[in-house]
Design a protein. Structure first.
Length: 155
């Protein structure tokens, strides 16, 4: 738990997972919602939630192993997954606070690198990640959602 007097960052418990619907629409993509929940329960995903006055405002996750060596290398590279801040709270630095928290957490676990994927047209997110040190482009490609890049940060 992290506390500075104005907000708190807490580790999400599986039994509180549905509370994240306050941040994002879980019904929009039930398959992904279930996959992330299963990863959380299995321990392959750890999610931290930025809260203010008990309200879930933002979240970010780290995934330990995924079947893609660009994203994870056991014991060396961890994947930053699902960084999101609730509409109405964006542009206040919350995403940056969550990224900093996740980077610090990964360092304490002994990881030396962190990866992230971001859509090329998501200029705001890409700017945040580059500002936070995700400057090495390790892959550029396209999937069903469009063009994206995988970025790497040395910890």
């Amino acid at each position: 738990m992290y506390w500075n007097g104005a907000y708190e960052i807490i580790r999400l418990k599986p039994e509180d997972y549905r509370k994240c619907t306050n941040i994002w629409d879980m019904e929009k993509d039930p398959e992904r919602t279930k996959r992330w929940y299963d990863q959380l329960v299995s321990g392959n995903r750890v999610t931290f939630v930025y809260t203010g006055n008990g309200e879930f405002i933002g979240e970010g996750s780290l995934v330990f192993e995924i079947n893609d060596p660009d994203y994870t290398i056991p014991g060396r590279r961890i994947y930053l997954s699902r960084l999101i801040v609730k509409n109405g709270h964006r542009g206040r630095g919350i995403g940056g606070i969550i990224v900093d928290y996740l980077v610090d957490y990964a360092k304490r676990l002994g990881y030396r690198e962190m990866s992230i994927g971001v859509d090329i047209d998501n200029v705001v997110a890409r700017h945040l990640y580059e500002k936070k040190g995700f400057t090495d482009v390790i892959f550029e490609g396209e999937d069903e959602a469009g063009r994206y890049v995988k970025l790497l940060k040395k910890l």
